[in-house]
Design a protein around this ligand. Structure first.
Ligand code: RB5
Length: 158
């Protein structure tokens, strides 16, 4: 599996650990920076990875900023991206089983290296359960399209 990983300065220290865990799981890893702990703007790095995912040039992405929140906000704006900010192996497992997450987000100032390695390992090997969860993901797409068309901010009209 082709996985692109990126971070801002808040995620820089964790990126090396995540890269190692991804490679250990068999992934072909593309590292999109940043490569120092100098301050950068997290949207610039999030969108590098999101661009590759949208173009089909990688299969999944991992985004790391200080809390994971800023990069999650970026990622879940993009059609077809299902980003999960995970804090432990349980949330990582559920993000795959129920949400088919194709984007893992981590907080470099929140999650330690051991927990992050476990998260990556579980996230890489857990399949999507599909079934009722596929129907719910389809419903997200349907309600998003409806809201975008109406521009009124209500997703509950039929
Ligand atoms: C950078 O200081 C920090 O704001 C960023 O890494 C991230 O936590 C944003 O959500």
């Amino acid at each position: 599996m082709r996985v692109a990983v990126t971070c801002d300065h808040g995620g820089y220290a964790l990126k090396r650990v995540v890269g190692e865990a991804l490679r250990a799981s068999g992934a072909e890893v593309t590292d999109l920076g940043t490569d120092t702990d100098a301050s950068v703007d997290y949207p610039d790095y999030a969108f590098r990875a999101l661009d590759l995912l949208r173009k089909g040039e990688c299969d999944r992405i991992v985004l790391i900023c200080g809390t994971g929140i800023g990069m999650s906000i970026c990622a879940n704006r993009i059609p077809g991206v299902r980003a999960a900010l995970c804090h432990d192996a349980f949330t990582a497992r559920m993000s795959r089983l129920h949400n088919d997450a194709n984007c893992l987000v981590l907080g470099g100032r929140v999650t330690g290296p051991g927990v992050a390695s476990d998260i990556v390992d579980v996230w890489m090997k857990t399949p999507f359960e599909a079934g009722r969860h596929a129907a719910r993901l389809a419903r997200i797409e349907e309600l998003t399209a409806r809201m975008n068309e109406s521009g009124k901010g209500r997703g509950d009209r039929s």
